[in-house]
Design a protein around this ligand. Sequence first.
Ligand SMILES: [Mn+2]
Length: 512
Amino acid sequence: MKSLMRHRGLCRLPPTSLAVSACRSYARSTPPASKLATPQGSPSDASLHPRKPALYGQPTYDSHPHILREDEVTPGIPKSEYERRRRELMARLPDRSMVLCVAAPVKYMSQGIFYKYRQASELWYLTGLQETESAVVLEKDSSSRGYKMTLFVQSKDQRKELWEGPRTGVNAAATLFGADEAKDVSYLSKYLKSSISKVDTVYVDSSFPTQTQTRSFLNYLRPSSDENPITSILSNKIRPLKEDLQMVRTIKSEHEIKIMKKAGAISGTAHAKTMRFTQPGQSESSLAAHFEYLCALEGAQRPAYVPVVASGANALFIHYTSNEQIMCDGELILMDAGCEYNGYASDITRTWPVSGKFTGPQRDLYQAVLNAEKALILQCKESAGESLHTLHQASSKILLDELRQIGFDIGPRELDRLYPHYLSHPIGIDLHESGKDQRHWGLKSGTVITVEPGVYVPPDPAFPKHFHNIGIRIEDEVLVQQDHAVVLSANAPKEIVDVEATCQGLLGVGPY
Ligand SMILES: [Mn+2]
């Protein structure tokens, strides 16, 4: 059903929209015609007549030439990069190690009604496999590759595919994803049972239950005849994969950076257009809808998180997501929203006046936060020797100075009330790509992080009255380089003159 809907959606597009630009970008990235194995023999024919229905359970060049190149497993990421990721991971692990990553479970809104599927980040990162009820096992060995890769996928099943769309199936999966072998997923527990004696440690993804959790969805992988859930087969050999995988995931490749730049550009432009779209009297939800629509039109698969669209004093709630009040003249709107594009999250916050012009106090507070944000971004380079922790400490110090300059008579304790959250987090396939342990690592070139200072003033006599109930956060995504930082979200205006001019339609940015 999913793939049918996707195709219908494409057919409905007017000729001037995505279909045409997709053909153009396809033409740009097309390999020489001699390499093309299309029945029609010409690239333009192939792009106009992609294989329908698709043969496999996820987009490939054959069926989706407008989003993938021939050498890519997922849009923008070639097969060779997935291989490099696995080798790098396995090289970090001791001999007699096994890695096990399983697919995310399908989640249901109500009986039989599923949410749009998103693959588990670890399986995605290591294989590019997008199908449900699948898994990968990597076993360190003495081959030249350094490991053996076994995929577990759902077998072809005509009856089920009639409803759910094509599956890749066991036969094609090994070639498509570069595995040594592929098997039906029902063999997973048997396979683990037979190989567990050969390994000392099984590194498992974050979906595996920790000791404090009871048995989980992993049971769904267990054939009913098997008494043992997978976790008990693996017994006391389980260790979390997260830390070693995190070391590999932190530094983004050129391919990943290209995708993340595009994700940031799509979300940044959508922020700018949503500024222009904003009118007093609208519901906050209309801005959320507008933003998501703009991102989806540009090819984003989903929002990277539930957006915060907070008008006026609603901005004092950091994760305000009900988004259903009316925006009034004279208020600010704080929008924290970003799309997920080809597997990578983006994360941007902007705060702008509903009427298109800041009031005096709004302007002063906004400038204070902006000064801090810009000063901190300048430090996001490897040569500065900062960590997320030292950057956060610096953010508190700068904000304290800035706020005192505009009339706040406060110390560090009061600042904690005004600025109650952390400055930054790494971002990639996951919106929050690491745990708190990474906060003390030195910033490395190739890492992508957010920089997001904010000030939220409660109606408390400890703070100047004219700032009460104003909440401001400014958040950019930053690619750390050796001697400089690259702002991936630069399409979203943030200087006061630019924000006002964008809201008022003076910069040529339209609402659509
Ligand atoms: Mn963020």
